[in-house]
Design a protein around this ligand. Structure first.
Ligand code: 5RP
Length: 221
């Protein structure tokens, strides 16, 4: 919790007056939002785009001015969390179910800063089940196709019901033993009909800020 806080807060040092900022989703980004709110009270002026309904409501709570993504030509900087980060800074994201909006916003961003605690740094991706957003129609078939890629596949639940994303789709979590060729896997998954996108973020991060248990922050760049 403390390591997430210091990483999330540190990323705010990169936010400058007048920027359009993409706001990621999750418990690390929570601290980014709270710090941004403080800086705004002290006079920082930014506009922001949220990657989830949850982040939208937190941004409002912290007094961060939001603009619709449709009104934005490009985003100066996005700050987002990750579930896993490998040595090449390939990421697994989507633990909070927001991977699709997160990837669209990252794609529109000049820079993507990832904030994470040390536990997210891995040698190979894949210990964390890879989230895949799929359309509701035929999702059982899509799950069978996904399991053909050598993973065990589970529909994500919210209580007793399927978890539904902000976009009205389902998430299925795919457990691979290890993801050795993330770029190829990304393409193979997204080639399956019914898949909208998956939580692999390849070559997208421009900087990774890691909060450590001893209270220090490491910046990888
Ligand atoms: C949500 C995400 C999150 O950024 C990711 O799950 C990390 O979350 P946290 O900071 O709570 O550990 O990808 O879809």
């Amino acid at each position: 919790m403390e390591s997430k806080k210091i990483a999330g807060e540190r990323a705010v040092d990169y936010v400058r007056d007048g920027m359009i900022v993409g706001l990621g989703t999750g418990s690390t980004v929570y601290w980014t939002l709270s710090r941004l709110g403080e800086k705004i009270k002290q006079g920082l002026s930014i506009q922001a785009v949220a990657t989830s309904v949850q982040t939208e409501s937190l941004a409002k709570e912290f007094g961060i001015a939001l603009i619709p993504f449709s009104k934005v030509e490009s985003i100066d900087l996005t700050i987002d969390g990750a579930d896993e980060v490998d040595p090449e800074w390939n990421l697994v994201k989507g633990g909070g179910g927001a991977l699709l909006r997160e990837k669209i916003v990252a794609d529109a961003s000049k820079r993507l800063i990832i904030v994470a605690d040390e536990s997210k740094l891995v040698r190979h991706l894949g210990k964390f089940p890879l989230p895949v957003e799929v359309v509701k129609f035929g999702f059982e078939w899509t799950m069978r196709r996904l399991s053909g890629l050598g993973c065990s596949v589970k529909p994500r639940l919210s209580g007793d019901n399927p978890f539904v994303t902000d976009n009205g789709n389902f998430i299925v979590d795919c457990s691979f033993e290890s993801i050795v060729r993330p770029r190829e896997l990304h393409r193979e998954i997204n080639d399956i009909p019914g898949v909208i996108d998956n939580g692999l973020f390849i070559d997208r991060a421009s900087r990774v800020i890691v909060g450590c248990q001893d209270g220090t922050v490491k910046e990888l760049n």
